[in-house]
Design a protein around this ligand. Sequence first.
Ligand code: LLP
Length: 463
Amino acid sequence: MSRSAHPAGPRHADVLPEGHYHAPPADLNALDEKVWAHTVSRNPEGVVTVGGREVTQLAEEFGTPAYFLDEDDFRSRCKAWRDAFGSDADVFYAGKAFLSRAVVRWLDEEGLNLDVCSATELTVALSAGMPAERIAYHGNNKSLAEIERAIEAGVGRIVLDSFQEIARVAHTAQRLGKRQRVQIRVTVGVEAHTHEFIATAHEDQKFGIGLAGGQAAEAVRRALQLDSLELIGIHSHIGSQIFDMAGFEVSARRVVRLLAEIRDEHGVELPEIDLGGGLGIAYTSDDDPREPHEIAKALGEIVTRECEAARLATPRISVEPGRAIVGPTAFTLYEVGTVKPLPGLRTYVSVDGGMSDNIRTALYDAEYSVALVSRRSDAEPMLARVVGKHCESGDIVVKDAFLPADLAPGDLLAVPATGAYCRSMASNYNHALRPPVVAVKDGQARVVVRRETEEDLLRLDVG
Ligand code: LLP
């Protein structure tokens, strides 16, 4: 699902089997800064380091598989988004990409807001001290209990996703004697160029209220009539891992048009629009993501232009990047267990994790890069597939990769750009113990989410 899924580059069809791989890189020891966290490099001894720590030491201290998160990189991406959007806009980090208390504290310190989509994400955020008014609460089927929790906590906004929810939130707020700030999530009818499972603005899917057919206008009508709701704006999220700005521009244009219709019908100018998250990151060297300042400029210009045309005051813009902040900041470290050459095909390299710590390859056909990180190797490149240890042939971590032909059990491999939607979508398949997340900064490494233990799993098994 990365843009590089079907590269036009050389296929080596005469020597290699069918596949979507690229030409072997000129130097297998090189680490493309596009896909690795900022502080990652290979030291003169050939060992890769992050935040000043060698991966070999980290593996010894924390075990494998494990996610290592570059704190400086995370903070610098927060700053880049905040600076790009400036004081006239708000950046909400999408906690679904990866959420922990340490991350919440970093976000708070860096001046970002937070988007949560479950009561438990809200609990994590509040327990780490994120002020409730800087939290947006999302979801297409929030339970009454969740709605009550969010309103009681005083979240800054609830994003309404259906007609039932408009009534539920209004009723709950009224019962609690509160007036809740809300946005209405609309479906703008954009076909985002990404994997079907993570595109969210075409009409035939579960999120939002359709602009087409006047449903969104009707939702606005209802919300404006309810005293316990303060409708502050319109929300649109078109999908995830998107590189093409065209979809965001169409979305912004349609949202502004709705604001103009609302002004014409109700005499009310809603003060905010939220254009969601979804910016793509580089998983392989072929991906060229947009920088936050380019995105801020493109969105700002389109909104200003459309508002001028409609004679509307420019609303405050918010965005909700998740992957673009945390994705590139972490890698997963694995130890090689077996190396199995299949003559004429490829070499299967089994590592000590798999689809339980990264489901994205199996679920979205996602592409990843991988490197031997515990040593340098000048061996020839071999076509490899990095697989996990689960009982399933679809348990693939990196579908096609070139690794040095002298790869052996005990070597450490790292898969970069696993900060988003890997730990957060990790499972206990085959009773795998979910790996820890270790934050690394200035030569210090500390566990921010610990590894699960057998006791953790047995505690749940009460039969
Ligand atoms: N805002 C809303 C309302 C969302 O639904 C999402 C993601 C985001 C923001 C953040 O999107 P991001 O900037 O991270 O792309 N599990 C999939 C991604 C699902 C995204 C769901 N919503 C994956 O691994 O690619």
